[in-house]
Design a protein around this ligand. Sequence first.
Ligand code: DAU
Length: 342
Amino acid sequence: MRILVTGGAGFIGSHLVRRLLASEQDSVVNLDALRYSGNLGNLADVTGHARYVFVQGDICDATTVERIVREHRIEAVINCAAETHVDRSIVEPGGFARTDVVGTGVLLEEARKAGVSRFVQVSTDEVYGSVEVGSSREDDRLDPRSPYSASKAGGDLLVRSYWATYGFPVLITRGSNTYGPNQYPEKFVPLFVTNAIDDQPLPLYGDGRYRRDWLSVFDHCGAIEHVLHHGEPGGIYNIGGGNERENIAVAGTILNHLGKPPTLLRFVQDRPGHDRRYAVDCSRLRALGWSPTVPFETGLRATVDWYRDHQEWWRKIKSGEFRAYYEQMYGKRLKDGIPCAS
Ligand code: DAU
């Protein structure tokens, strides 16, 4: 298939591009705006690949999207382009609605006009909101509670409307918390790993007992590819790793693996509106023939090793724009933080 992957220079997008190219049947055009978390270094190994083209551009720019879809005779679109970090959405929500809603709308419309045969929207389990007990199913009511998750939910609704209104063959995936190499160090796992390597404090929000279901980026990309080829048009598919853990436990595992002391842990001021727990029921995707393959402890260990062995990758990021972000997000929090007892 000739596939347009948007946001292909980001974390999930870059792993997906590599995976699609490895299948030998697909060619990939990667459209990425290269904003703060987009990094062409993530795809250095496929630059120059015969079936790969990179275009720098914004999914909100209809002219660019229309040209790519036409010139490359695109058959499928996978939309990974998004503003994704909850904390950033709390301090600067504007860009989230623009990329995650307006950008999705532009992509949908250009893809529909060109007669693209599959449109996969890469979404998130956060659109269901906090789930205190049980697990979310695809038809559950959406209850997003941050500007990030509300923007993603808005994008999902637009995508669904293209199925209901035009019969345009859309698919939505809703993945859980994803971890792995090349993740921008604003997210929990890479932030904690890189801080621990440098003997810096690890800021645990609130009581540290918030729960997430951790999914390897390799499993996440496998699931997206599976949905692309086998999903029912109009279908929504949850993707979870089946690894529900409290944040404090994940932090402890990271410290253990690096041989660092628990005294690096700090309880800090909580994230406003912090969702207590996410959990997804993946039986629909399992019935379609997908299941996760990476055990969490193995995957987390390999991820920690990757950050330990690729310090040039994250040190470059952490010494740039990230420093101002870190100060804004964590300066006061860490000053007022409470060390963990043991
Ligand atoms: O569930 C899927 C979602 O997972 C994705 O759609 C989002 O793009 C992704 O950012 C992630 O959302 P979370 O808010 O769960 O991820 P984050 O890595 O920011 O935080 C994970 C948990 O760790 C959450 O309970 C907040 C907590 N946390 C996070 C940071 C950055 C801390 O305790 N301290 C921190 O410094």
